[in-house]
Design a protein around this ligand. Structure first.
Ligand SMILES: [Zn+2]
Length: 411
Protein backbone atom coordinates (compact mmCIF):
# COMPACT_ATOMS: atom_id res chain seq x y z
CA UNK A 1 0.00 0.00 0.00
CA UNK A 2 1.23 3.46 -0.83
CA UNK A 3 2.24 6.00 1.75
CA UNK A 4 1.47 8.90 -0.58
CA UNK A 5 -1.40 11.34 -0.59
CA UNK A 6 -3.66 12.16 -3.53
CA UNK A 7 -2.29 15.12 -5.49
CA UNK A 8 -5.82 16.42 -5.98
CA UNK A 9 -7.77 15.96 -2.71
CA UNK A 10 -5.05 14.89 -0.26
CA UNK A 11 -6.64 11.55 0.74
CA UNK A 12 -4.31 8.61 1.38
CA UNK A 13 -3.66 6.51 -1.75
CA UNK A 14 -4.68 2.93 -1.02
CA UNK A 15 -5.96 1.40 -4.27
CA UNK A 16 -3.76 0.14 -7.09
CA UNK A 17 -4.95 1.00 -10.60
CA UNK A 18 -2.09 -0.90 -12.22
CA UNK A 19 1.45 -1.75 -11.12
CA UNK A 20 3.87 -1.87 -14.06
CA UNK A 21 6.82 -2.69 -11.80
CA UNK A 22 10.20 -0.98 -11.86
CA UNK A 23 11.04 0.85 -15.08
CA UNK A 24 13.74 3.21 -16.36
CA UNK A 25 12.71 6.75 -17.40
CA UNK A 26 11.03 6.34 -20.77
CA UNK A 27 13.27 8.78 -22.65
CA UNK A 28 16.60 7.66 -21.18
CA UNK A 29 17.97 5.97 -24.31
CA UNK A 30 21.25 4.17 -23.70
CA UNK A 31 24.42 4.95 -25.67
CA UNK A 32 26.72 2.03 -26.59
CA UNK A 33 29.40 3.14 -24.09
CA UNK A 34 26.78 3.13 -21.28
CA UNK A 35 25.65 -0.47 -21.84
CA UNK A 36 27.81 -1.92 -19.07
CA UNK A 37 26.86 0.69 -16.48
CA UNK A 38 24.20 0.69 -13.79
CA UNK A 39 20.86 2.03 -14.93
CA UNK A 40 18.33 3.68 -12.58
CA UNK A 41 14.86 2.12 -12.39
CA UNK A 42 11.88 3.80 -10.66
CA UNK A 43 8.49 2.40 -9.61
CA UNK A 44 5.71 2.71 -12.17
CA UNK A 45 2.89 2.07 -9.76
CA UNK A 46 -0.39 3.82 -10.57
CA UNK A 47 -3.03 4.41 -7.89
CA UNK A 48 -6.63 5.54 -8.00
CA UNK A 49 -7.74 7.82 -5.17
CA UNK A 50 -10.60 6.21 -3.24
CA UNK A 51 -12.13 9.62 -2.56
CA UNK A 52 -11.89 11.79 -5.72
CA UNK A 53 -11.05 8.91 -8.15
CA UNK A 54 -8.06 10.67 -9.70
CA UNK A 55 -5.74 8.11 -11.32
CA UNK A 56 -2.15 9.06 -10.56
CA UNK A 57 1.40 7.87 -10.12
CA UNK A 58 2.50 7.54 -6.56
CA UNK A 59 5.01 10.27 -5.73
CA UNK A 60 8.40 8.63 -5.85
CA UNK A 61 11.75 10.20 -5.13
CA UNK A 62 12.00 11.84 -8.49
CA UNK A 63 15.39 12.26 -10.06
CA UNK A 64 16.39 15.90 -10.53
CA UNK A 65 17.15 15.17 -14.17
CA UNK A 66 13.64 14.00 -15.05
CA UNK A 67 13.09 17.06 -17.24
CA UNK A 68 16.65 18.28 -17.67
CA UNK A 69 17.21 16.38 -20.89
CA UNK A 70 13.95 17.66 -22.26
CA UNK A 71 14.71 18.31 -25.91
CA UNK A 72 11.25 18.00 -27.34
CA UNK A 73 10.62 20.60 -29.99
CA UNK A 74 6.95 20.75 -30.88
CA UNK A 75 7.64 22.13 -34.34
CA UNK A 76 9.22 18.82 -35.38
CA UNK A 77 5.76 17.35 -35.97
CA UNK A 78 3.74 18.60 -38.97
CA UNK A 79 0.46 17.22 -37.67
CA UNK A 80 0.95 18.92 -34.29
CA UNK A 81 1.67 22.26 -36.01
CA UNK A 82 -1.53 21.89 -38.05
CA UNK A 83 -3.45 21.05 -34.86
CA UNK A 84 -2.14 24.24 -33.18
CA UNK A 85 -3.02 26.44 -36.16
CA UNK A 86 -6.55 25.00 -36.39
CA UNK A 87 -7.02 25.77 -32.69
CA UNK A 88 -6.00 29.43 -33.14
CA UNK A 89 -8.26 29.76 -36.21
CA UNK A 90 -11.17 28.46 -34.11
CA UNK A 91 -10.59 30.22 -30.77
CA UNK A 92 -9.76 33.73 -32.08
CA UNK A 93 -13.24 34.52 -33.48
CA UNK A 94 -15.00 32.48 -30.77
CA UNK A 95 -13.79 34.86 -28.05
CA UNK A 96 -13.23 37.92 -30.24
CA UNK A 97 -9.49 38.08 -29.49
CA UNK A 98 -7.65 41.09 -30.94
CA UNK A 99 -4.76 43.49 -30.35
CA UNK A 100 -6.25 44.46 -26.96
CA UNK A 101 -6.35 40.85 -25.71
CA UNK A 102 -3.75 38.92 -23.75
CA UNK A 103 -3.02 35.28 -24.48
CA UNK A 104 -0.76 33.22 -22.19
CA UNK A 105 0.39 29.68 -22.92
CA UNK A 106 1.86 27.49 -20.18
CA UNK A 107 4.62 25.17 -21.41
CA UNK A 108 4.70 27.08 -24.68
CA UNK A 109 7.62 25.04 -26.00
CA UNK A 110 9.24 26.55 -29.10
CA UNK A 111 6.33 28.88 -29.86
CA UNK A 112 4.67 26.30 -32.18
CA UNK A 113 1.19 27.59 -31.16
CA UNK A 114 1.66 31.21 -30.07
CA UNK A 115 3.31 32.13 -33.37
CA UNK A 116 -0.17 31.91 -34.91
CA UNK A 117 -1.47 34.62 -32.52
CA UNK A 118 1.64 36.74 -33.19
CA UNK A 119 0.81 36.58 -36.92
CA UNK A 120 -2.65 37.99 -36.10
CA UNK A 121 -1.20 40.85 -34.02
CA UNK A 122 -2.56 39.45 -30.72
CA UNK A 123 -0.26 40.00 -27.69
CA UNK A 124 1.13 36.74 -26.30
CA UNK A 125 3.28 35.48 -23.47
CA UNK A 126 4.78 32.01 -23.42
CA UNK A 127 5.75 30.47 -20.07
CA UNK A 128 8.33 27.75 -20.68
CA UNK A 129 10.60 26.09 -18.10
CA UNK A 130 13.23 24.79 -20.55
CA UNK A 131 15.63 27.65 -21.39
CA UNK A 132 16.98 26.12 -24.61
CA UNK A 133 13.46 25.60 -25.99
CA UNK A 134 12.38 29.12 -24.93
CA UNK A 135 15.32 30.56 -26.90
CA UNK A 136 13.97 29.02 -30.08
CA UNK A 137 10.57 30.63 -29.42
CA UNK A 138 12.13 34.05 -28.83
CA UNK A 139 14.02 33.67 -32.10
CA UNK A 140 10.64 33.39 -33.84
CA UNK A 141 9.44 36.61 -32.22
CA UNK A 142 7.29 34.84 -29.61
CA UNK A 143 7.48 36.69 -26.26
CA UNK A 144 8.58 33.97 -23.79
CA UNK A 145 9.67 33.82 -20.14
CA UNK A 146 11.66 30.95 -18.64
CA UNK A 147 9.53 30.01 -15.63
CA UNK A 148 7.78 27.12 -13.92
CA UNK A 149 4.08 27.89 -13.56
CA UNK A 150 2.21 28.01 -10.25
CA UNK A 151 0.66 30.47 -7.83
CA UNK A 152 3.87 32.45 -7.31
CA UNK A 153 4.52 32.87 -11.04
CA UNK A 154 0.86 33.81 -11.64
CA UNK A 155 1.12 36.59 -9.06
CA UNK A 156 4.25 38.00 -10.73
CA UNK A 157 2.61 37.90 -14.15
CA UNK A 158 -0.51 39.71 -12.86
CA UNK A 159 1.72 42.43 -11.39
CA UNK A 160 3.42 42.72 -14.79
CA UNK A 161 0.04 43.33 -16.43
CA UNK A 162 -0.43 39.85 -17.88
CA UNK A 163 -3.93 39.05 -16.56
CA UNK A 164 -5.19 36.87 -19.39
CA UNK A 165 -8.23 36.68 -21.65
CA UNK A 166 -7.10 33.22 -22.72
CA UNK A 167 -4.76 30.78 -20.96
CA UNK A 168 -3.69 27.70 -22.92
CA UNK A 169 -2.06 24.50 -21.68
CA UNK A 170 -1.50 21.60 -24.06
CA UNK A 171 -0.16 18.37 -22.55
CA UNK A 172 1.03 20.08 -19.40
CA UNK A 173 -1.68 19.35 -16.79
CA UNK A 174 -0.82 15.64 -16.63
CA UNK A 175 2.85 16.51 -15.99
CA UNK A 176 2.26 18.94 -13.12
CA UNK A 177 3.61 17.64 -9.77
CA UNK A 178 1.70 20.16 -7.59
CA UNK A 179 -1.72 20.15 -9.21
CA UNK A 180 -3.49 22.47 -6.76
CA UNK A 181 -0.74 25.10 -6.92
CA UNK A 182 -0.92 25.01 -10.72
CA UNK A 183 -4.71 25.33 -10.97
CA UNK A 184 -4.78 28.07 -8.31
CA UNK A 185 -2.25 29.89 -10.53
CA UNK A 186 -4.65 29.63 -13.48
CA UNK A 187 -7.45 31.06 -11.31
CA UNK A 188 -5.30 34.04 -10.30
CA UNK A 189 -4.03 34.83 -13.79
CA UNK A 190 -7.44 34.66 -15.49
CA UNK A 191 -9.43 37.87 -16.15
CA UNK A 192 -13.03 37.88 -14.78
CA UNK A 193 -14.50 36.78 -18.15
CA UNK A 194 -11.41 34.95 -19.42
CA UNK A 195 -11.19 31.35 -20.61
CA UNK A 196 -8.70 28.55 -19.88
CA UNK A 197 -8.34 25.69 -22.36
CA UNK A 198 -6.30 22.60 -21.46
CA UNK A 199 -5.64 19.47 -23.51
CA UNK A 200 -4.63 16.13 -22.01
CA UNK A 201 -5.07 12.43 -22.81
CA UNK A 202 -8.50 11.16 -21.76
CA UNK A 203 -8.51 8.40 -19.14
CA UNK A 204 -11.63 6.92 -20.72
CA UNK A 205 -9.64 6.22 -23.92
CA UNK A 206 -6.67 4.90 -21.94
CA UNK A 207 -8.92 2.39 -20.18
CA UNK A 208 -11.15 1.40 -23.09
CA UNK A 209 -8.27 1.06 -25.55
CA UNK A 210 -5.98 -0.47 -22.90
CA UNK A 211 -3.34 2.19 -23.59
CA UNK A 212 -1.41 1.36 -20.43
CA UNK A 213 1.85 1.96 -22.30
CA UNK A 214 1.09 5.71 -22.21
CA UNK A 215 1.87 5.52 -18.48
CA UNK A 216 5.35 6.80 -17.70
CA UNK A 217 7.17 8.60 -14.92
CA UNK A 218 6.91 12.11 -16.32
CA UNK A 219 3.13 11.68 -16.60
CA UNK A 220 1.79 12.08 -13.05
CA UNK A 221 -2.02 12.32 -13.49
CA UNK A 222 -4.50 10.51 -15.78
CA UNK A 223 -7.74 12.49 -15.97
CA UNK A 224 -11.36 11.65 -16.49
CA UNK A 225 -13.67 14.63 -17.04
CA UNK A 226 -15.22 13.89 -13.65
CA UNK A 227 -11.87 14.01 -11.81
CA UNK A 228 -10.54 17.13 -13.52
CA UNK A 229 -13.82 18.96 -12.91
CA UNK A 230 -13.32 18.47 -9.16
CA UNK A 231 -9.82 19.98 -9.29
CA UNK A 232 -11.06 23.14 -11.03
CA UNK A 233 -14.14 23.41 -8.77
CA UNK A 234 -11.87 23.37 -5.71
CA UNK A 235 -10.27 26.58 -7.06
CA UNK A 236 -13.50 28.37 -7.96
CA UNK A 237 -13.67 27.44 -11.64
CA UNK A 238 -16.24 25.61 -13.72
CA UNK A 239 -15.76 23.49 -16.85
CA UNK A 240 -18.34 24.87 -19.26
CA UNK A 241 -17.36 23.11 -22.48
CA UNK A 242 -15.29 20.17 -23.71
CA UNK A 243 -14.13 18.71 -27.02
CA UNK A 244 -12.95 15.18 -27.69
CA UNK A 245 -9.84 15.13 -29.90
CA UNK A 246 -8.04 12.29 -31.69
CA UNK A 247 -4.55 13.41 -30.50
CA UNK A 248 -2.43 11.08 -28.32
CA UNK A 249 -4.85 8.16 -28.69
CA UNK A 250 -7.82 10.31 -27.59
CA UNK A 251 -7.60 13.60 -25.69
CA UNK A 252 -9.94 16.12 -24.08
CA UNK A 253 -9.85 19.87 -24.54
CA UNK A 254 -11.58 21.40 -21.53
CA UNK A 255 -12.82 24.99 -21.31
CA UNK A 256 -12.77 26.58 -17.84
CA UNK A 257 -14.06 29.93 -16.55
CA UNK A 258 -14.57 31.57 -13.16
CA UNK A 259 -17.50 29.91 -11.43
CA UNK A 260 -19.37 33.25 -11.16
CA UNK A 261 -18.85 34.20 -14.83
CA UNK A 262 -22.47 34.48 -15.98
CA UNK A 263 -21.41 34.88 -19.63
CA UNK A 264 -20.35 31.19 -19.78
CA UNK A 265 -23.22 28.71 -19.70
CA UNK A 266 -22.40 25.02 -19.42
CA UNK A 267 -22.73 23.50 -22.92
CA UNK A 268 -24.62 20.35 -23.78
CA UNK A 269 -21.47 18.48 -24.80
CA UNK A 270 -19.95 18.98 -21.32
CA UNK A 271 -23.09 17.60 -19.67
CA UNK A 272 -23.19 14.72 -22.16
CA UNK A 273 -19.60 13.68 -21.58
CA UNK A 274 -20.11 13.79 -17.84
CA UNK A 275 -23.14 11.53 -17.97
CA UNK A 276 -21.38 9.21 -20.45
CA UNK A 277 -18.52 8.80 -17.97
CA UNK A 278 -20.97 8.21 -15.13
CA UNK A 279 -22.82 5.54 -17.12
CA UNK A 280 -19.51 3.85 -18.01
CA UNK A 281 -18.57 3.58 -14.32
CA UNK A 282 -16.06 6.44 -13.90
CA UNK A 283 -17.87 7.55 -10.75
CA UNK A 284 -17.24 4.21 -9.00
CA UNK A 285 -14.01 2.79 -7.59
CA UNK A 286 -14.73 -0.80 -8.77
CA UNK A 287 -14.54 0.28 -12.41
CA UNK A 288 -10.92 1.39 -11.94
CA UNK A 289 -9.97 -1.77 -10.09
CA UNK A 290 -11.00 -3.86 -13.12
CA UNK A 291 -8.26 -2.41 -15.35
CA UNK A 292 -5.34 -4.37 -13.95
CA UNK A 293 -6.51 -7.75 -15.27
CA UNK A 294 -6.91 -6.31 -18.79
CA UNK A 295 -3.32 -5.08 -18.74
CA UNK A 296 -2.08 -8.46 -17.58
CA UNK A 297 -3.99 -10.09 -20.42
CA UNK A 298 -2.20 -7.89 -23.00
CA UNK A 299 1.13 -8.93 -21.47
CA UNK A 300 0.33 -12.65 -21.63
CA UNK A 301 -0.95 -12.42 -25.20
CA UNK A 302 2.07 -10.46 -26.42
CA UNK A 303 4.50 -12.86 -24.76
CA UNK A 304 2.63 -15.91 -26.12
CA UNK A 305 2.84 -14.47 -29.63
CA UNK A 306 6.56 -13.65 -29.37
CA UNK A 307 7.46 -17.04 -27.84
CA UNK A 308 5.43 -18.94 -30.45
CA UNK A 309 7.09 -16.96 -33.26
CA UNK A 310 10.55 -17.80 -31.87
CA UNK A 311 9.64 -21.49 -31.49
CA UNK A 312 8.67 -21.54 -35.16
CA UNK A 313 12.02 -19.99 -36.08
CA UNK A 314 10.44 -16.72 -37.20
CA UNK A 315 12.12 -13.33 -36.70
CA UNK A 316 10.34 -10.43 -35.02
CA UNK A 317 11.61 -6.83 -34.99
CA UNK A 318 10.14 -3.56 -33.79
CA UNK A 319 9.17 -0.38 -35.56
CA UNK A 320 9.68 2.87 -33.64
CA UNK A 321 11.33 3.80 -30.35
CA UNK A 322 8.63 5.90 -28.68
CA UNK A 323 8.31 6.42 -24.91
CA UNK A 324 5.23 4.16 -24.93
CA UNK A 325 7.27 1.31 -26.44
CA UNK A 326 9.67 1.53 -23.51
CA UNK A 327 6.86 1.16 -20.98
CA UNK A 328 5.42 -1.81 -22.88
CA UNK A 329 8.68 -3.71 -23.40
CA UNK A 330 9.94 -3.17 -19.84
CA UNK A 331 6.64 -4.22 -18.30
CA UNK A 332 6.47 -7.32 -20.50
CA UNK A 333 10.18 -8.13 -20.06
CA UNK A 334 10.81 -8.24 -23.80
CA UNK A 335 14.53 -8.01 -24.62
CA UNK A 336 16.54 -8.82 -27.73
CA UNK A 337 15.94 -12.54 -27.09
CA UNK A 338 12.33 -11.96 -28.25
CA UNK A 339 12.62 -8.80 -30.36
CA UNK A 340 15.81 -8.68 -32.45
CA UNK A 341 15.99 -4.91 -32.84
CA UNK A 342 13.84 -1.88 -33.53
CA UNK A 343 14.14 0.94 -36.07
CA UNK A 344 13.39 4.64 -35.80
CA UNK A 345 13.37 7.50 -38.28
CA UNK A 346 14.95 9.88 -35.77
CA UNK A 347 18.74 10.01 -36.32
CA UNK A 348 19.11 10.97 -32.62
CA UNK A 349 17.86 7.55 -31.54
CA UNK A 350 19.66 5.44 -34.16
CA UNK A 351 22.78 3.74 -32.79
CA UNK A 352 21.41 3.85 -29.24
CA UNK A 353 19.54 1.20 -27.21
CA UNK A 354 16.08 1.18 -25.65
CA UNK A 355 16.25 1.92 -21.90
CA UNK A 356 16.10 -1.10 -19.59
CA UNK A 357 15.64 -3.79 -22.23
CA UNK A 358 18.70 -2.68 -24.29
CA UNK A 359 17.20 -3.51 -27.67
CA UNK A 360 19.34 -1.84 -30.40
CA UNK A 361 17.84 0.95 -32.55
CA UNK A 362 18.69 1.06 -36.25
CA UNK A 363 17.51 3.19 -39.18
CA UNK A 364 14.41 1.94 -41.07
CA UNK A 365 16.58 0.54 -43.93
CA UNK A 366 17.70 -2.25 -41.61
CA UNK A 367 14.30 -3.91 -42.15
CA UNK A 368 14.71 -4.31 -45.91
CA UNK A 369 18.24 -5.66 -45.33
CA UNK A 370 17.19 -8.31 -42.79
CA UNK A 371 13.68 -9.16 -44.11
CA UNK A 372 12.01 -10.13 -40.81
CA UNK A 373 8.81 -12.21 -40.63
CA UNK A 374 7.04 -9.81 -38.29
CA UNK A 375 7.27 -6.08 -37.57
CA UNK A 376 5.81 -5.07 -34.19
CA UNK A 377 4.54 -1.47 -34.45
CA UNK A 378 5.29 0.20 -31.09
CA UNK A 379 3.67 3.62 -31.85
CA UNK A 380 0.27 1.95 -32.39
CA UNK A 381 -1.35 5.41 -32.81
CA UNK A 382 0.57 5.68 -36.13
CA UNK A 383 -0.19 2.14 -37.33
CA UNK A 384 -1.99 3.14 -40.57
CA UNK A 385 0.86 5.45 -41.55
CA UNK A 386 3.56 2.88 -40.72
CA UNK A 387 1.82 0.04 -42.59
CA UNK A 388 1.57 2.27 -45.64
CA UNK A 389 5.21 3.42 -45.47
CA UNK A 390 6.53 -0.09 -44.91
CA UNK A 391 4.14 -1.95 -47.22
CA UNK A 392 7.23 -3.39 -49.01
CA UNK A 393 7.67 -5.99 -46.23
CA UNK A 394 4.86 -7.91 -47.95
CA UNK A 395 7.31 -8.63 -50.83
CA UNK A 396 8.94 -11.30 -48.64
CA UNK A 397 5.75 -12.27 -46.79
CA UNK A 398 6.39 -10.02 -43.78
CA UNK A 399 3.45 -9.19 -41.51
CA UNK A 400 2.65 -6.31 -39.16
CA UNK A 401 1.73 -6.81 -35.51
CA UNK A 402 0.04 -4.18 -33.31
CA UNK A 403 0.15 -4.78 -29.51
CA UNK A 404 -2.62 -2.42 -28.24
CA UNK A 405 -5.58 -2.70 -27.45
CA UNK A 406 -4.87 -6.38 -28.10
CA UNK A 407 -2.24 -8.23 -30.07
CA UNK A 408 -3.34 -8.28 -33.69
CA UNK A 409 -1.47 -9.60 -36.75
CA UNK A 410 -2.09 -7.84 -40.07
CA UNK A 411 -1.31 -10.10 -43.04
ZN1 LIG B 1 -8.19 12.29 -4.30
Amino acid sequence: MGQSMCRSCGAKLEHTFVDLGMSPLANSYVKPEQLNRMEPFYPLHVYVCGKCLLVQLEQFSSPADIFSDYAYFSSFSDSWLAHAKAYVDMITPRYGLDKNSKVVEIASNDGYLLQNFVARGIPVLGVEPAANVAEVAKGKGVNTKVLFFGEKTALELVEDGWSADLIIGNNVLAHVPDLNDFVQGLKMLLKPTGVVTMEFPHLLQLMEQRQFDTIYHEHFSYFSFLAVEQVFARHGMKLFDVEELPTHGGSLRIYAAHIDDGSKQVKVRAKELKSREERAGYGRLEHYLSFRSKVEEVKRTLLSFLIAAKQEGKSVVGYGAPAKGNTLLNYCGVRSDLLDYTVDRSPHKQGQFLPGVHIPIFGPDHISQTRPDYVLILPWNLREEVMQQMSYIREWGGKFVVPIPQVKVYP
